[in-house]
Design a protein around this ligand. Sequence first.
Ligand SMILES: C[S@@+](CC[C@H](N)C(=O)[O-])C[C@H]1O[C@@H](n2cnc3c(N)ncnc32)[C@H](O)[C@@H]1O
Length: 254
Amino acid sequence: MQLIKALVCQMLACLVILLLGGCLSRWAIDIRLIALLQALIAATFSALLRQPVWWRLIHLSFMPALAIMLAFNLPSWLYLLIFLLLTLVFWGTVKGDVPLFLSSSAVGEAVIAIVSREKAASFVDLGAGVGTVVAPLARHLPDSRIDALERAPLPWLLACWRCRKLPNVQVRLVSLWHRNLAEYNAVFAFLSPLVMDRVAEKVRSEMREGSLFISSSFPVQDWVPETIVEVDDGHKTCLYCYRIQAGNIPADQS
Ligand SMILES: C[S@@+](CC[C@H](N)C(=O)[O-])C[C@H]1O[C@@H](n2cnc3c(N)ncnc32)[C@H](O)[C@@H]1O
C-alpha cells in the first residue's frame, strides 16, 4: 500500500513539473532546481496521503539523488546495485515496517546501565538493526542471554558479523511480531510512534510481571513509566522504562 502511495506521489509530482514545463523552460531554471522542486512536491503529496514521516525523506532525496547520479554518468549496473542494497536494508519499509535508524553509543551505554541494574538474565532488542545496542551489551553482560530480532537481511547479516564472537547473543532473522516476549526479563525497542500501540499491546499481553520494557524515544500513550532516562547524546534521547505490573499498565489500550 505504501509503495503504491509512493508511486502515486512521484507520478503526481512529475505531472506537476510537466504542467509547469512551459514556465520552467522560459525562466531557464537549472535541472537540479527542477529535481529539487519535484522532490518537494512529491514530499507534499506524501504528507497529504498520510504516509509515515520517513517516506517524506525518501521523496525528498529520490529525484535529487537521481539527478546527481545522472550528472556523473555512472554505469547502469550501479543503479541496480544501489537498488538491491537499499532493498536489503529497508526490506519491510514498503509494507509499513520501521526503517533503520541507529541508536547512539550513549544510548547503548545507558541500556547497559539499566540492564545491569536490573540483573536481567535475558534481554531482547525488537528490531536490532546492525546490533548497535546488543553487541556492547553482550560484551558487558556475558552471563545474560541476549536476542536480537531483525527482519531486514543486510542489517541482520551485519549484526551477525558484529556478534560472531559473542556466544551469549542470538541474532535472529525474524519479525518481532512473531516472537513471544514472555521469556525475557528486559525488552528494548527503538521503533516508531506509528507502531507503539501495537507494541504496547504485545508487551501487555506477553511480558511477565516484574520484567522491564524500555522504549527508546517513543513513550507508550497512557502508560506511566517507572523511570525516564535522558541520555546525553545529540538528540537528548529519552529511554522510557515501564515496569510490567498488573494494574500499573492499562489493560485495554483500544
Ligand atoms: C529504528 S531501527 C533501531 C535499530 C537498533 N535497535 C538500534 O537501536 O540501533 C529499527 C529496526 O527495526 C527493524 N524492524 C522494523 N520492523 C521490524 C519487524 N517487524 N521485525 C523485526 N525487525 C523490524 C528495522 O529493519 C530496523 O533495523
